[in-house]
Design a protein around this ligand. Structure first.
Ligand SMILES: Nc1ncnc2c1ncn2[C@@H]1O[C@H](COP(=O)(O)OP(=O)(O)OP(=O)(O)O)[C@@H](O)[C@H]1O
Length: 266
């Protein structure tokens, strides 16, 4: 296909989104367009509406006004079956892993595949072991219950589960929270490798500036009830706005500039 005709439908397109709880407005005329292959970090102060925005994108709650399109589809107009089809195209890693505590690591990863009810069990077995191998979990550890795994291992198993259905889009909520610096660093390089190998689009919420600058191709700053700035890290941190200055200044800003010097393309 000639390049000019290749469709560039954004993976996510949010138009004039309003979110209101009673009289309290969280998002006002919020717009955001995410193209395929980006790693987007959502940042903003506490209560700025990051989690609520994620929930809107996932179609968990309908917006007060505005539209949310994922893979070109209006998420709030899709019927149940269609919504499920869309959901199978993304994976979500929750902050605390959110594993089923009564299932082994293996069965936690197998669960989304079993739910599809189309794959034979022997194929599921191979696919689960492959996903666990990708995130560095051995077959022996796969048989353990979540309570017998370390925090870092739980995150990796939860990531394997989020990747179970080969998603095109991955949501990460505070992916490195609760990990020590070494584990956090190896989790970041795992995400980076998976992003390169699977051409994933990633949307993450993170307060960890190291993770943010190591991974993001774009940063979306949520403030004043909208996306105040959106662009590559090097551009966003130079935006002249009190929140952005405060967020990236001082020690945080120094680290940011260091990482940007190490990765001058970002
Ligand atoms: N179901 C709800 N009913 C009423 N208010 C809500 C509801 N969900 C969220 N809010 C409010 O909306 C605002 C945004 O919340 P949200 O959890 O999205 O913020 P956040 O940016 O993710 O914050 P944090 O970084 O602290 O997790 C908060 O003031 C919160 O109290």
């Amino acid at each position: 296909m000639p390049e000019a005709t290749v469709s560039r439908t954004p993976v996510i397109e949010i138009t004039n989104l309003w979110t209101q709880f009673g009289d309290f407005v969280v998002h006002k005329e919020l717009n955001l367009v995410v193209q395929q292959g980006e790693i987007v970090s959502l940042v903003g102060g506490s209560g700025s509406g990051k989690t609520t925005l994620l929930r809107r994108i996932l179609g968990l709650d309908a917006p007060t006004r505005g539209t949310v399109r994922v893979f070109g589809e209006d998420i709030n107009r899709a019927n149940r079956a269609h919504l499920q089809h869309l959901r199978n195209r993304w994976g979500m890693l929750f902050q605390h892993g959110a594993m089923f505590s009564a299932l082994t690591a293996f069965d936690n990863v197998a669960q989304p595949m079993r739910e599809l009810r189309v794959l034979p069990e022997d194929l599921i077995r191979d696919a689960v072991l492959l996903k666990l191998d990708m995130v560095g979990i051995t077959p022996a550890d796969a048989l353990k219950m979540p309570a017998d795994l370390s925090g870092g291992m739980i995150k990796r198993v939860a990531l394997a589960r989020a990747l179970a259905l080969e998603p095109e889009l991955l949501f990460l909520d505070e992916p490195t929270a609760g990990l020590d610096p070494d584990r956090s660093e190896s989790f970041v390089s795992l995400i980076r490798t998976l992003h390169q190998e699977m051409q994933l689009t990633v949307i993450m919420v993170t307060h960890d500036l190291d993770t943010l600058f190591e991974l993001s191709t774009q940063i979306a700053v949520l403030a004043e009830k909208r996306v105040l700035a959106y662009g590559p890290p090097g551009e966003v941190i130079r935006v002249d706005h009190p929140f952005i200055k405060q967020f990236f200044l001082g020690e945080r800003g120094q680290r940011a500039l260091e990482v940007l010097r190490e990765h001058p393309h970002s």
